[in-house]
Design a protein around this ligand. Structure first.
Ligand SMILES: [Zn+2]
Length: 311
C-alpha cells in the first residue's frame, strides 16, 4: 500500500498514486522532489528525477560531483561510503558477481581503479561482501608470438556491413554462428567471437532487438563460446547518446534503460563482456589483440584493461 504524502489518501499501487497526483496539480517529478527531497551530497542541489528508483537511490547528480565529494573524504569515510553503496546494490539488484567496470561506470559509483586504490584490491573488497569474482586484476597484456604467422586469419561474418580493416592480418569472409569476428584458431581464443557495433546499432540491439540478441547470447552459451560485444564509441559518449549529433533523435530509449539491461546481462551471462572503445581504428586494434593474447577475455575485465591502457 502507498500513501499520498499530500492528502494521506491510500492507494493499492504506485501507479494509482502517480495517476492521483494530477488532483494536486503535481507532476511525478515535483511530487518526489517536494515530498522526498534528496540533495546532491557534493553541491547540495536537488537530485534530478529520471525515474523513482534512480531518484531514491542516487546521492549525486553527476560522476564529477561524486568524484569531488570522495576526494576530500578521509579514507575511513570513503571506504564506508563505497561499502554501503555496494551492499545496497547487492541487496536491491540481487547481483552475484563483482560488478564489471562497465557496470560501475554506468551507475553513480567510483570505477574499479578507485576501489583498488582505496581497499588495496577491488576483488578482495567484493569477496568480503560475498560476491563471486570473475576476473583477475589486469596486468600488461602481451600478444602471443605463436599467433603472428600468416596462416592465422581473422574471420569476418558475411553479414558484417562495415568490416574493420586489419593492417598485417589476413582476413576471410565467412558465415559465423555468432558475432562478426572470430579467429581461425579456436584454440588461440578459447572459442571467442566478437560482435562489433556502432553506437546506434548497439542502442537498437539493446532496445528493439533485445529478444534476438538474447537468443544469440543463449546460442553462444550452448556452444561454449565467449562473446565480446564491442562498441566503437567511448563509454562516456555512450552514456550521453541523446546529446550526440550522430545519434538519431528518433531513439526513444534512454541511457538509463539501455545500461540497466547491459548491467543485467553482465550479471546473467558470465560468458559475455561489453567493451567500449574510441572509434574504428581502436576497434581493429583491440579485436586483434583480444584474439592473440591467450584468451585474455576469460581472465580480465576488458573495459578496465582498456581504461587503464593495458588493452
Ligand atoms: Zn493526494
Amino acid at each position: 500500500m502507498v500513501i499520498c504524502k499530500v492528502c494521506n489518501k491510500e492507494f493499492e499501487t504506485e501507479r494509482q498514486l502517480h495517476a492521483h497526483l494530477k488532483a494536486h496539480k503535481l507532476t511525478m517529478i515535483e511530487y518526489y522532489q517536494q515530498y522526498y527531497a534528496r540533495y546532491d551530497l557534493h553541491d547540495g542541489k536537488i537530485i534530478k528525477f529520471k525515474n523513482k528508483t534512480q531518484y531514491l537511490s542516487t546521492d549525486f547528480n553527476s560522476r564529477t560531483n561524486l568524484r569531488m565529494w570522495m576526494k576530500d573524504k578521509p579514507e575511513g569515510e570513503a571506504k564506508e561510503y563505497c561499502t554501503s553503496l555496494m551492499k545496497k546494490r547487492i541487496e536491491k539488484k540481487d547481483i552475484k558477481y563483482a560488478p564489471t567496470q562497465v557496470e560501475l561506470r554506468t551507475i553513480m559509483s567510483p570505477p574499479i581503479q578507485y576501489h583498488d586504490k582505496l581497499f588495496g584490491s577491488y576483488n578482495e573488497f567484493c569477496k568480503s561482501l560475498g560476491l563471486k569474482v570473475k576476473f583477475v586484476s589486469p596486468k600488461e597484456i602481451i600478444e602471443g608470438e605463436e599467433w603472428k604467422g600468416q596462416e592465422y586469419k581473422i574471420y569476418i561474418d558475411t553479414r558484417e556491413q562495415k568490416p574493420l580493416k586489419f593492417k598485417d592480418r589476413q582476413v576471410e569472409v565467412k558465415t559465423l554462428k555468432f558475432g562478426d569476428y572470430a579467429f581461425s584458431s579456436k584454440e588461440a581464443t578459447c572459442n571467442c567471437y566478437i560482435e562489433r557495433k556502432n553506437l546506434s546499432d548497439f542502442i537498437g540491439t539493446i532496445s528493439g532487438g533485445y529478444e534476438r540478441f538474447i537468443n544469440e547470447i543463449e546460442r553462444s552459451k550452448e556452444a561454449n563460446a565467449y562473446l565480446v560485444v564491442l562498441v566503437e564509441d567511448t563509454l562516456t559518449n555512450s552514456l550521453s547518446f541523446p546529446f550526440l549529433k550522430h545519434i538519431s533523435k528518433k531513439i526513444r530509449a534512454t541511457p538509463e534503460f539501455i545500461f540497466n539491461r547491459v548491467r543485467s546481462l553482465a550479471q546473467t551471462y558470465p560468458h559475455i563482456q561489453f567493451l567500449f572503445v574510441k572509434g574504428r581504428v581502436e576497434s581493429s586494434r583491440v579485436v586483434e589483440k583480444i584474439f592473440t593474447s591467450g584468451c585474455v577475455h576469460e581472465k580480465i575485465d576488458l573495459q578496465l584493461a582498456y581504461d587503464t591502457k593495458k588493452l
